[in-house]
Design a protein around this ligand. Structure first.
Ligand SMILES: [Mg+2]
Length: 403
C-alpha cells in the first residue's frame, strides 16, 4: 500500500470550448458550443463554455435543443487535431512539476506530487501555482482536486468548476463524498446509476454501507462492484502511472460494407456484431480494457477515429457497446454514407479482482502503529466517530469479504 501520497487531479474546464476561445479571443464573452454544424442542428454538443452552461446548455444536448435556450449561441466545429496539440503543450508543462504524470484523457491528468510538495510550503500553494500558470500563460481554465489517492483527487477536482481547488481527505469521506448522489461518483454513468437506484442505492453512503455485497456483484458485475465499493470508502491503491498510455496491446475488428450505408439501425447492428467479436477475444485472453475506440470511414474517404478511456476497465459486451454507441452518437455524421466501421479495445490489463476493504481509517491505523502514535490516533478516531468504534472496526475488518 502506498503511504501518505499526495495526488493532484488536474481537469481542464470546458476544454474544447476553451481551446476555441484561446485562438479566437473575440468569443470570450459569448455563449460558445463545440458541435458539428449540420443543417438540421441534430449534432450533439461536445463542449459548451461556462457562459453557455450558466444558461442551462449541457454536453450531449443537440444544437437544436440548445438554440431553444439561446438562439444566439456560437456553434464552432470541433477540431480534434488542434485539441490534441494544446493537450500536448499543457502536459509538457505538467511534466515540469513532476515526472509522475499520468494522462487521464485529452484534458485531464493525475500528478503524484508527494516528492514535489516537500520543496514548497504546502500542496495548496503548488496547486494555485499550476492553476494560475495554466490560466494566464496557456489561456486554459482548470479545476484541481487534491487527495491521498487518484479517486479522491478526481472527486475533488469535480467538486468546484471552473477554477476550483478542492481537498478531499480520506477521514472526511462521511462529510465530503458520502452525502453525494451516487451518480456523482466517478465511474458511475447513467446506466450504473439506474442499476444502483433499482436496489435502493441513492447516495455514495448507501453504496458504502450496502448490506448485501453479493447483490452488488450480481447487479454491477464483479469488477465494477469491488472497484466502486472500495472507492465509496475512499480507498484506491492504483498508482499514478506515467506509462499507462504507452500500452500497445490492443484488440480490434472492422467491417467494410459492400455498398454505402445511411441506415442508422443497420450501422448500429454492425457495431453490435463487431463489439461481440472483440469482447469474445477479450474474454479468451482473460483481459480487461481501459480504452474503447470507434472508427468510421465515409463513402467520400474521409475517416474519423475516436476513443474513450474509462476509469473502471470494461469486460462485458454490454459495457463495451455502451461506450461504442456513445462515441457513435457523438461523432457520426448522418448526412454521409458509411463505408467502414471499426471497433477496438486498448490499454489492456489482466483481469484481477481486487479484494474489498471496508474500514478506511484502519489503513491509517496500521501505518501509524509502527510509529507508536497509536494512542493519539485512538483518541482522534473516538472524537470523530464515538467511543468503541475501534473495536467495532476490528470486528468488521475480520469480516472483510474477499472475492
Ligand atoms: Mg474536463
Amino acid at each position: 500500500m502506498q503511504k501518505g501520497r499526495i495526488i493532484f487531479h488536474i481537469d481542464m474546464n470546458a476544454f474544447f470550448a476553451s481551446c476555441e476561445i484561446k485562438r479566437r479571443p473575440e468569443l470570450k464573452n459569448k455563449a460558445v458550443v463545440v458541435a458539428r454544424n449540420d443543417e438540421q442542428r441534430r449534432a450533439i454538443i461536445l463542449s459548451p463554455n461556462y457562459i453557455a452552461r450558466d444558461k442551462g446548455i449541457k454536453t450531449t444536448m443537440s444544437v437544436k435543443e440548445a438554440m431553444k435556450i439561446d438562439p444566439y449561441i456560437v456553434v464552432v466545429e470541433p477540431d480534434h487535431a488542434y485539441y490534441s496539440e494544446i493537450s500536448k503543450t499543457f502536459m509538457k508543462f505538467l511534466y515540469l512539476i513532476t515526472d509522475q504524470v499520468e494522462q487521464g484523457s485529452i484534458d485531464e491528468a493525475y500528478l503524484d506530487v508527494t516528492e514535489t510538495v516537500k520543496k514548497v510550503e504546502n500542496p495548496l500553494m503548488l496547486a494555485q501555482y499550476i492553476q494560475t500558470t495554466l490560466y494566464e500563460k496557456f489561456d486554459l481554465p482548470c479545476s484541481i482536486g487534491i487527495g491521498p489517492n487518484k479517486f479522491l483527487a478526481k472527486m475533488a477536482s469535480n467538486y468546484k468548476k471552473p477554477l476550483g481547488i478542492t481537498i478531499f481527505r480520506k477521514r472526511e469521506i462521511e462529510k465530503t463524498i458520502w452525502p453525494m448522489d451516487v451518480g456523482k461518483m466517478y465511474g458511475v454513468g447513467p446506466k450504473t446509476k439506474a442499476k444502483l437506484n433499482s436496489i435502493g442505492v441513492k447516495t455514495i453512503k448507501d453504496l458504502a454501507t450496502y448490506p448485501d455485497y453479493n447483490r452488488l456483484k450480481t447487479v454491477l458485475g464483479n469488477v465494477s462492484a469491488s472497484t466502486l465499493y472500495n472507492w465509496a470508502w475512499g480507498n484506491d491503491d492504483s498508482k499514478v502511472d506515467p506509462n499507462r498510455y504507452e500500452d500497445v496491446q490492443s484488440i480490434s475488428n472492422s467491417n467494410t460494407f459492400m455498398y454505402d450505408v445511411y441506415d442508422v439501425r443497420e450501422l448500429k447492428q454492425m457495431l453490435k456484431v463487431l463489439v461481440n467479436t472483440v469482447s469474445d477475444r477479450l474474454e479468451k485472453e482473460k483481459m480487461q480494457a481501459y480504452t474503447v475506440s470507434l472508427q468510421i470511414k465515409y463513402g467520400n474517404f474521409t475517416s474519423i477515429s475516436r476513443n474513450k478511456t474509462v476509469s473502471i476497465p470494461v469486460t462485458e459486451t454490454g459495457e463495451i457497446y455502451e461506450i461504442v454507441e456513445e462515441l457513435f452518437i457523438e461523432n457520426y455524421d448522418e448526412t454521409k454514407a458509411v463505408r467502414l466501421l471499426g471497433v477496438g479495445l486498448a490499454k489492456l490489463a489482466p483481469r484481477i479482482e481486487k479484494e474489498i476493504k471496508q474500514i478506511s481509517f484502519l489503513d491509517n491505523l496500521e501505518e501509524i502503529e509502527s510509529e507508536t502514535q497509536i494512542d493519539n490516533l485512538v483518541k482522534d478516531v473516538e472524537e470523530k466517530f464515538g467511543k468503541g468504534i475501534i473495536k467495532k472496526g476490528y470486528y468488521r475488518k475480520d469480516n472483510v469479504r474477499k472475492d
